[in-house]
Structures are given as C-alpha cells and as structure tokens.
Design a protein around this ligand. Structure first.
Ligand SMILES: [Zn+2]
Length: 355
C-alpha cells in the first residue's frame, strides 16, 4: 500500500517536473559569473591553461563540491579569475543564455559585477561591447531576452561603488540592456546606508533599485534597503519573516522578494528547506518570485527551484503558473512585454492541463 502511494507521489512529481521544464519563465536574481556551469568553466579554463581550475568536467564536478561558505567564495573567485578578456566575457554571457533558454527562461535580469572584471584589467569598453554582443546574439539565436543589473560588490568598498555607478551612468559606456542597479557581497559589516549616494545617482539616471538585503542579517537591513536605497525589489529578504510590520509593508506596496531557496541552504542563511520562510511570505501576501542565484555553484537551476517551491508551498500546475507570473509582474519588462509573457504562460498551462 505504502509502495503504491509512493509510486503515485513519484508519478505526480514526474508530471510536475515535466510541467516546470516546459513552463515559460522569468529569472530575476541570477549572477553572471555565478551562472558559469562546469561546461562553461571547462571552456574558459581551456582558454587559460595556466589557471589551476580543472578542465575535465568530472574533476570540475568535484571542484564544485563546497565544504563551506569560505570554500564557495574561493571557487567563485577562481572562476572570476578565468574571465580575463572581452572574448571570455562574451563566451560566458552567451553560454549562460543558452542554459537559461534550455530551461524555457524567456526573460532574465542577469546581475553583473563589472568592477570585478575591469579592476582585473579588462577594458571597460571591451567589457560592455562583449555583454551587449552576447545579449543580441542570444536573443536572435535562443529567443531569450537578457537585461542587466550592475551590482556593487559590497566587500570591495566605496571605490567599487563609485566605479560601478560611473560605468552604469556614463552615456558613452552604459549598455543598452542595463535596467537596474544592485548591491551584493557580504551584509555583515557592510551597512547599506553608506551606498545611498550611489543609488541616488543610479536612480536619477533611470535605473531601478534592487539591492540584496536581509540574506545574512536581520530585517533592519531590508528597512535600510527600502528607506536609504529606494529598493523596488529585495534580493533574498529572507529575514523579513521576523518582522510582521515589514511583511505588511512589502505586501501593501507590492515590493517583491527575490527568493532563492537552495542558495539560502547552501550559504546557511536558512538551516533546512522545511524552515524556509517562503510560506510565511506567501501567507502575508508578499509578491514572491523564485530564482536561482548562483545555480551551478549551488547544484541547482531555476527549474529545480520551482520544484522546491512547489513542494514548500504545496503547488499544483496552476500554482506554479501563478508563481511564474509573479516573476513576470515583478520584472522590469515593459507593460506589453509583461502581457505577452503572462499570456504565453497561460496558453502553455491551459494546453498542458487539457492534454
Ligand atoms: Zn544574489
């Protein structure tokens, strides 16, 4: 009896996975270098034989098995170090788009940290041309629309903030696909308010504000992101669950959270998936979007994050389609683009449910 029930559950899981795999989606919180899969890393490593990163995909799988957060940072930085020329930037960006397209991601806002590359000597103009060239080629070849969020690597201090806002607002450099301005890196010891002048400049230049906040620190960081940085979406916002007033505020103003469940476990922001506050966010009426953060590094992808969300939120196909539409609503697509992608999700869902 139990076996038969398990078999039925496994069958349902298979159906949901197949539904998710074909579901048109938007991805709003995913990092450029953090999206480098073992396949992409091996291609980059082959271009730079002097690096210590293995080129063999099997050895790379071991290399990508993290023992702790410090090890994750070490591996992440070794991948950053493989991106040395505009051609590396182009290859990485285009191949990341290929992997998004494979998951039926129609629209992605990719978080890029240009400062990490330009301070390593990549020419600014070459960097911007490379990402734009990859964006246009990916849209033509895969139909996936890419937009950029330039983020400040918080650990690199105010110099990185100055350089990032300069590159984001200088008309001679600013890439066409740039829509938003972010802040990443560690939160502990890196208070958000110090970045206010840089966010003010980015917002004055028409960029939308999407800082990471409340991932590894408390709800006060999310308040700072809202009040000081004018956040329109919050990267993670995990600790918002501890502050009912904050949840009400986010719900009333329709300020979305970019939730990345597997990442939160990998970085130990949350202890276990079952303790993930995503259920509380939904219960409080907050607009929740599901995202993958640094997918290959956390052994996940967006499809898997949707499967995790389905389990945590007890969603069926219709619920998953609504979740995908949250991503569309929370995106910085224009109204017509949002309408088109939401309609595509509805058509797909109706077709699957009818078959
Ligand atoms: Zn992130």
């Amino acid at each position: 009896m139990t076996d038969r029930l398990d078999a039925a559950t496994a069958g349902q899981d298979r159906d949901l996975h197949a539904f998710i795999a074909g579901l048109p989606k938007a991805e709003l919180h995913v990092h450029h270098v953090g999206s480098a899969s073992p396949r992409i890393v091996s291609e980059l490593a082959a271009r730079h034989p002097d690096s210590k990163v293995p080129t063999d995909p099997e050895a790379l799988a071991d290399y990508f098995t993290f023992t702790d957060f410090a090890h994750f940072i070490e591996v992440y930085l070794s991948v950053v170090d493989l991106v040395r020329t505009p051609e590396d930037v182009r290859l990485l960006t285009f191949e990341v788009a290929r992997e998004l397209a494979r998951q039926q991601v129609r629209y992605a806002e990719l978080t890029i940290t240009p400062f990490s590359s330009t301070r390593r000597g990549i020419d600014e103009r070459g960097f911007m041309d490379a990402i734009e060239d990859a964006r246009k080629a990916a849209e033509a070849e895969f139909g996936t629309v890419l937009r950029w969020c330039f983020d400040i690597p918080g650990e690199a201090g105010l110099e990185s903030a100055e350089e990032t806002v300069r590159m984001a607002t200088d008309d001679r450099l600013r890439p066409e696909g740039l829509v938003s301005f972010g802040l990443g890196g560690p939160e502990i010891g890196v208070p958000r308010p110090q970045f206010k002048p840089y966010f003010d400049r980015a917002r004055a230049a028409g960029l939308r504000s999407v800082p990471h906040a409340g991932e590894t620190t408390g709800p006060e960081t999310v308040w700072d992101a809202l009040n000081e940085l004018g956040a329109e979406r919050i990267g993670h916002g995990t600790s918002s669950a501890r502050d009912p007033r904050l949840l009400r505020y986010l719900a009333e103003r329709r300020i979305p959270l970019e939730v990345c469940p597997t990442s939160n476990i990998a970085t130990r922001a949350v202890t276990t998936l079952d303790e993930h506050p995503v259920k509380e966010f939904v219960r409080a009426g907050v607009l929740v979007t599901i995202n993958s953060d640094d997918p290959p590094m956390f052994g996940t992808d967006l499809n898997n994050e949707f499967a995790v969300a389905a389990r945590l939120l007890d969603l069926d196909e219709r619920g998953l389609a609504e979740l995908a539409k949250n991503g569309v609503e929370a995106s910085f697509l224009d109204a017509a683009g949002k309408q088109r992608l939401a309609a595509e999700i509805d058509t797909y869902t109706a077709g699957r449910l009818a078959s």
